[in-house]
Each structure stands twice: as structure tokens, then as C-alpha cells.
Design a binder for this molecule. Structure first.
Ligand code: SF4
Length: 299
């Protein structure tokens, strides 16, 4: 893991932020656990990787692949897939597992981004696109309309492309959820991230376990044709029974798809509470969601 010192930056859009989201904290002096061999990935770069990188740079797009220091970036980009991160690279929140820069963009938005993203999807010939974004608590609608505009333009230029939107929680604002689930997307996702007991330790204080469940249930209520999806990160100190309780809660709130991913500490300021757990996946799959809906999503 690359050790990145905490520092303040001004990004390419002129927004001030804390680099990698976290200041030095009580976890900073704790060394990393040694990664088991099954978690190690070999970086491979083929011409597709450079094609994706060129599109991202040329159109000034952001990807969660880069901002989250995802270890699978070479594999995904070489296969021609990328997860676009809308509304800039600075998040108003600071979850302790996340390495996205934190700051206040004060209403800034790139109005060309919806069109640039739609054109990039077209050039890359993507059949399935995942859009995500930073949290934008500084915008009255949390950025819902900008998100929806992007989905609509992707559909206009790429009518056969399916779109999954992993959105902020919009502080539970029903009008924003409505804007998103009625914009033509196939999958609406909001991540619960962890079990109820660890939520305030792991996520930003403005996020909430019940708030995420309510957002997912509300989206299903508004538009039952859109699939709902969420993710849990394991390796943060949760127990098996807590994972099962979370699965029960998700089922009760009509969540269609669950992915489970192994936490990999992104920088030396990231939270470190647990261990490597993914070998438990079969147990959780049998105990909660059917195996086809609980998917290995490590990285
Ligand atoms: S809200 Fe999302 S992008 Fe922002 S700090 Fe939390 S996980 Fe990272």
C-alpha cells in the first residue's frame, strides 16, 4: 500500500479539500494487516486500459476507480469498464473507510459533465454503466437533478446501455429519490456499508443505517420496476450474526441485490478494526440472501 501523507489541496476545479478525506487520526499509527495471498492482484495494462484513461482525462471525468485507489483498476479498465464519479472529486462527507478528498464545493458543478459522460460511454461502447458520485450536501437537492440529467443523456446517445446509479442518500429527501428513480435507470443503489452497530464509527456522522434502508424502500415504493441494490463492506469488526441481521433488514426493505466486499484500507489514515473475511461468503450467502444475489465484490 502506498503511504500518502495527509495534506490540504486545491483540486483542478479550484476546490479546497483534505487529500484522501482523512486527517491524521487514532488509526494512523496502526500498521496494515498482512494481506492473504488470495487478496493479491496482479496489475495488467492492455490497450483498453489506455483507451479508458484517455477518455477519462480528455473529458475531465472522475472515476471512483482512481479516487478510491481501487486495486482492481488495471483489470477493470483493461476490460473496458469504469465507474464514473459525478459532481467532482470532493465529497462533503468523510467516511472513515474512504479515500475520496473531503471539502465543501460550495455549489460548484460541471455543467458539461452529463454530456461528456454520455459521449464517453458512447466512445467506449459500454453496455452497462455504473455511475456513482460524491455526497453533495451543499446542493439543495443533493445533486439529484444533475445525476438524472446524466442518466437521460446516456440513454439518449446509448439506448441499449443499462445504467446503474449508486447515489448519495440525499439526506432521505423524497423529491430527490423521485427524480432519480424516474429518470430511466435500471438499478438504483445506495450503500449501507456496514452493520448497524458500526455505522457511526465507520460512516460519516450524517449517514445513517435506517436512513439508507428508508431511501432504498422509498425508491422501490416510487418505482417498483427499478431494481434496488446495496453493498456491505466486511472486515470492519462486524460479527456473522450482525451481517445476518443486516441481510434481514435489507430483505424487509425490499432490496433486490446485495454485494459483499472485503475492506482494504486505502491509506494509513483509514479505519482499521477488523480482518480479512471474504472466505465467509458462502456462509452469509446461505444464511441470508440466495447465493445469486450475494456477490463477491472485493476491492
Ligand atoms: S459519502 Fe461516499 S464518497 Fe463521500 S466519504 Fe463517504 S463513502 Fe466516500
Amino acid at each position: 500500500m502506498e503511504i500518502i501523507p495527509t495534506k490540504k489541496i486545491v483540486n483542478r476545479d479550484g476546490i479546497k479539500a483534505v487529500k484522501n478525506g482523512q486527517k491524521m487520526n487514532e488509526f494512523s499509527h496502526i500498521p496494515n494487516l498482512k494481506k492473504p495471498s488470495w487478496l493479491r492482484v496482479r496489475a495488467e495494462f492492455n490497450p483498453n486500459f489506455h483507451k479508458v484513461k484517455n477518455q477519462v482525462n480528455e473529458k475531465r471525468l472522475n472515476t471512483v476507480c482512481e479516487e478510491a485507489h481501487c486495486p482492481n483498476i488495471s483489470e477493470c479498465w483493461s476490460a473496458g469498464t469504469a465507474t464514473f464519479m459525478l459532481m467532482g472529486s470532493v465529497c462533503t462527507r468523510a467516511c472513515k473507510f474512504c479515500s475520496v478528498d473531503t471539502g465543501n464545493p460550495k455549489g460548484w458543478l460541471d455543467n458539461d459533465e452529463p454530456m461528456n459522460t454520455a459521449r464517453a460511454v458512447q466512445t467506449m461502447g459500454l453496455k452497462y454503466v455504473v455511475l456513482t458520485s460524491v455526497n453533495r450536501d451543499d446542493l439543495p437537492d443533493g445533486g439529484a437533478q444533475h445525476f438524472a440529467n446524466t442518466v437521460k443523456l446516456i440513454k439518449e446517445f446509448n439506448p441499449k446501455t443499462a445504467v446503474e446509479a449508486l447515489t448519495p442518500d440525499f439526506k432521505g429527501l423524497k423529491s430527490s429519490i423521485n427524480t432519480l428513480v424516474n429518470c430511466g435507470l435500471e438499478v438504483f443503489a445506495q450503500n449501507i456499508e456496514t452493520v448497524e452497530r458500526l455505522t457511526h464509527q465507520v460512516r460519516d456522522i450524517r449517514a445513517g443505517y435506517q436512513q439508507t434502508l428508508d431511501v432504498l424502500a422509498e425508491s422501490k415504493k416510487i418505482n417498483p420496476n427499478v431494481l434496488t441494490k446495496t453493498s456491505i463492506i466486511v472486515g470492519l469488526g462486524e460479527t456473522d450474526s450482525e451481517i445476518e441481521e443486516t441481510m434481514d433488514d435489507l430483505i424487509k426493505h425490499n432490496v433486490d441485490i446485495l454485494t459483499i466486499g472485503q475492506y482494504l484500507r486505502p491509506t494509513h489514515c483509514g479505519i482499521t478494526l477488523g480482518a480479512f473475511w471474504l472466505q465467509q461468503l458462502d456462509f452469509w450467502a446461505v444464511g441470508g440472501y440466495p447465493p445469486s444475489t450475494a456477490v463477491d465484490d472485493s476491492g
